[in-house]
Design a protein around this ligand. Structure first.
Ligand code: PBG
Length: 329
């Protein structure tokens, strides 16, 4: 008998495809990154991220209400820090009345049930654009880790539900967890960027926050001494295992599309939720190709979202979250 089996029977109509579909995407899957800036009445488009914006606090309030009405219940906050507040140690990051701390309160006041995660990183606050303290052309690990822990505590005190360290210093999850426990923030969770690669796909994000490494003598030109080498796979398991042992509640792989093999490796190996960050460069590529009429924007966005979920993501941090939720409904 030929063919032995007719697999196409299960693809004959949308109804049967729906019945046998293995991967489901819902608004519950998304974490929405949001960029916050000082000022009033500001909703400015980021040049390399068409239709994505930086919001002043009053506009942020409107945006999170809109997200909530669409069923999007979790946000990940990033801040753009004015140049005059930047220094090597990111001192402004610990200001209890700093932009991030006010942003957390703004979101919680506007939508009390919104889950608020904060980016814990020095680069937006660093005069050198690095995720750690720079000394003699190097990035100091332990000094940076201590500052990041203080920063996480400050975010928790402002009301953050989860802190998300995106720096890749060694040992920072343990130090952060201990400080949070000591200070009574036993329910503040940690999303660790565990397998974060030194990627060229972060370019538009660095435009959004004006956070790129500066071009100066004795300042590393890239982040390759702390973010991972994209040639490595086993190293991602080691990084992830350490972060889980140190107290991470959720682990993250970043970027998304080029690293879905890593996502699946981690999903197969560990039992904590896995987040995937579809980063700014991935967003920009789709927007640019769609603008030229070379790709069907909505179709490509959905396909990539399903691919990320299928690879093993429990959580998707994506600039397309609103688009996807609208397309699904
Ligand atoms: C830095 C940070 C980066 C992103 C999130 N946190 C950039 C970097 O590591 O240089 C990138 C996110 C994106 O590109 O969308 N702490």
């Amino acid at each position: 008998m030929f063919p032995l089996r007719r697999n196409r029977r299960l693809r004959q109509s949308e109804a049967i495809r729906g019945l046998v579909r293995e991967t489901i995407v819902t608004p519950d899957d998304f974490l929405v990154p949001l960029f916050v800036t000082e000022g009033k009445g500001i909703k400015e488009e980021i040049a390399s991220m068409p239709n994505y914006h930086r919001y002043s606090l009053d506009q942020l309030e409107k945006e999170v209400k809109d997200l909530w009405s669409l069923g999007l219940k979790s946000v990940l906050l990033f801040v753009k820090v004015p140049d005059n507040l930047k220094d090597n140690k990111g001192t402004e990051a610990l200001n209890p009345d700093g932009l991030m701390q006010r942003a957390v309160k703004t979101v919680k006041n506007a939508v009390p049930d919104m889950l608020v995660m904060t980016d814990v990183a020095l680069d937006p606050y660093s005069s050198y654009g690095h995720d750690g303290v720079v000394e003699n052309g190097m990035i100091l690990n332990d000094e940076s880790s201590s500052i990041l822990s203080e920063m996480a505590l400050s975010h928790a005190q402002a009301g953050a539900d989860f802190v998300a360290p995106s720096d890749m210093m060694d040992g920072r999850i343990l130090e952060m967890r201990e400080l949070l426990e000591d200070e009574g923030f036993i329910n503040t969770g940690i999303v660790s960027y565990s397998a974060k690669y030194a990627s060229a796909f972060y370019g538009p994000f660095r435009d959004a926050l004006d956070s790129a490494p500066v071009d100066m003598a004795n300042v590393p030109k890239d982040k390759k001494t702390y973010q991972m080498d994209y040639a490595n796979r086993i190293e991602a398991l080691r990084e992830t295992e350490m972060d889980i042992d140190e107290g991470a509640d959720i682990v993250m792989v970043k970027p998304g599309l080029c690293y879905l093999d890593i996502v699946r490796d981690i999903k197969n190996e560990f039992d904590v939720p896995v987040a995937v960050y579809q980063v700014s460069g991935e967003y920009a590529m789709i927007k640019a190709a769609a603008e030229k009429g070379w790709l069907n924007h909505d179709a490509v966005v959905l396909e990539q979202t399903y691919a990320i979920k299928r690879a093993g993501a429990d959580i998707i941090a994506s600039y397309f979250a609103k688009d996807v939720v609208k397309l699904l409904s």
